[in-house]
Write a protein that binds this ligand. Structure first.
Ligand SMILES: [Ca+2]
Ligand SMILES: [Ca+2]
Ligand SMILES: [Ca+2]
Length: 449
């Protein structure tokens, strides 16, 4: 088949985008600056703890996983440093908070002691709008799957516990859209539910804003994805999975705060779970088209002849809570790339997979027309090319890679025969606008913005 159109993606554009993505990783931003006299002073202040048998710990989950984290507790522009410590044999955990004294010194301002053998997660935000930062910390005890989460408020270096409950997963998010974050707690302990809490301005006491049911009986529950569902609705997606007849089934619950309180938009009272979200592919909600709103995947078989079995339709909840179709794509985070189908391809184009002779994988997008199978677009995935090989361009192909050189794509378009013009990829720009790669943090990014 004659290759009529070559599709080119500019390598330098990709490298720039990747830099931006890796900088967006919050846990790296929260880690302390380079070794300096100041850092040495902090370490020597912490030594009084380590001499007493405390060892450094770090939260296992969430965005804040550094052993030491900078937090500006009093909104005065001078951050304190939170140090996570534990005594594993005594089931004791401690957050020691150090304040700056003078130009380079540190003093222990306050500490929070709790019981448990691991920090599950930690987060910091002003939850009651008084300008002082609250501490949210999740704790694991022993091998128990059930964990506890606590909220502490801090004033004049005095810590007060204001809330605690058991939980499976939790996040801080402004679900009510009033500029102040709430605490969303997901719990699969005896029954599956989510609760949203706000904290009072005067005394920081917790108030339950609502409770919503979740799909029950998940064997791996609880990954939370936060984001806007539309211009008015801040949402949270609870991803879970279970094994049925030897294969993994994925399910999502779409939570939003509405005039009814916390609501599970996808939950069916009749079925007792979110049956419309059930799928066999590990594809999760994401902002598939980069317009800053979350889309939700529904996976269906490909049309005639497809072997990949993945045809992902992406839907969105509008501000009334109704689902509407947005676009369709091939691929997923598991494949490390997406391709958004042109509208004319939807339901008509399918994929073929094969090994490329050079050790890569070839995905062809195929359209059957007048008894012939026409390849509209080919995407090559080369897992292990070096930067040097990429720079050389491999002759007739153009490659895309991440900085580590372990995700590499090449594109060659090959429309031919007399197929309807609406089925042709018009330019390589069309492909760039529709092709997204997924980096090692699991974040998708477009080949061109
Ligand atoms: Ca506060
Ligand atoms: Ca709020
Ligand atoms: Ca979107």
């Amino acid at each position: 088949m004659k290759r009529g159109l070559r599709l080119v993606i500019i390598f330098t554009v990709m490298a720039t985008v990747l830099c931006g993505c890796s900088l967006g990783n919050t846990s790296e931003l929260l880690s302390l600056p380079d070794p300096s006299p100041e850092h040495a002073a902090l370490l020597s202040a912490v030594e009084s703890q380590t001499r007493q048998g405390w060892e450094f710990a770090s939260p296992l989950n969430g965005e804040n996983r550094s052993t030491m984290q900078s937090v500006d507790f009093y909104s005065d522009g001078i951050p304190e440093t939170v140090v996570f410590l534990r005594k594993p044999n005594e089931m004791r955990l401690r957050m020691a908070v150090y304040a700056k004294t003078g130009s380079q010194g540190y003093r222990l301002a306050f500490s929070v002691d709790c019981s448990g053998n691991q920090f599950d997660m930690a987060d910091f935000a002003d939850l009651n709008g008084d300008g002082n930062t609250e501490i949210v910390v999740g704790l694991r005890s022993g091998s128990s799957a059930l964990m506890s989460i606590s909220v502490y408020t801090v004033e004049n270096d005095t810590v007060r516990s204001v809330f605690d409950t058991s939980y499976t997963a939790a996040a801080l998010s402004d679900m009510t859209r009033n500029g102040i974050k709430e605490l969303l707690v997901v719990n699969y302990a005896d029954r599956a539910f989510a609760r949203l809490y706000s904290f009072g301005r005067a005394d920081c006491s917790a108030a339950l804003l609502g409770e919503a049911p979740l799909s029950p009986n998940m064997s791996k529950p609880g990954e939370l994805i936060l984001g806007m569902f539309n211009e008015r609705t801040a949402g949270a997606v609870v991803e879970g999975s279970y094994v049925e007849h030897g294969s993994t089934v994925y399910i999502s619950d779409y939570l939003a705060y509405t005039e009814n309180g916390l609501e599970n938009l996808s939950y069916s009272e009749f079925f007792g779970y979110s049956y419309t979200t059930v799928r066999n592919e590990n594809v999760v909600s994401c902002d598939i088209n980069f317009d800053s709103y979350l889309e939700f995947p529904i996976v269906t078989p490909e049309p005639n002849g497809g072997t990949a079995g993945k045809y992902i339709s992406w839907y969105r909840y509008d501000s009334r809570g109704d689902l509407s179709f947005l676009c369709a794509s091939y691929g997923s985070t598991a494949d490390s790339w997406y391709f958004l189908y042109p509208e004319s391809w939807r339901g008509r184009v399918y994929t073929r997979h094969s090994a490329d002779g050079d050790g890569g994988e070839l995905t062809e997008f195929v359209y059957d027309h007048q008894g012939s199978s026409c390849v509209l677009l080919s995407v090559y995935l080369y897992p292990h090319l070096t930067d040097a090989e990429v720079a050389s361009g491999g002759g007739t192909r153009t490659f895309i890679t991440d900085k580590a050189g372990n995700l590499v794509y090449a594109l060659i378009g090959a429309p031919s025969l007399q197929i309807p013009s609406e089925m042709l990829v018009r330019s390589y720009g069309d492909v760039k606008r529709s092709l997204a790669a997924v980096n090692s943090y699991g974040e998708a990014f477009l080949a061109a913005r």
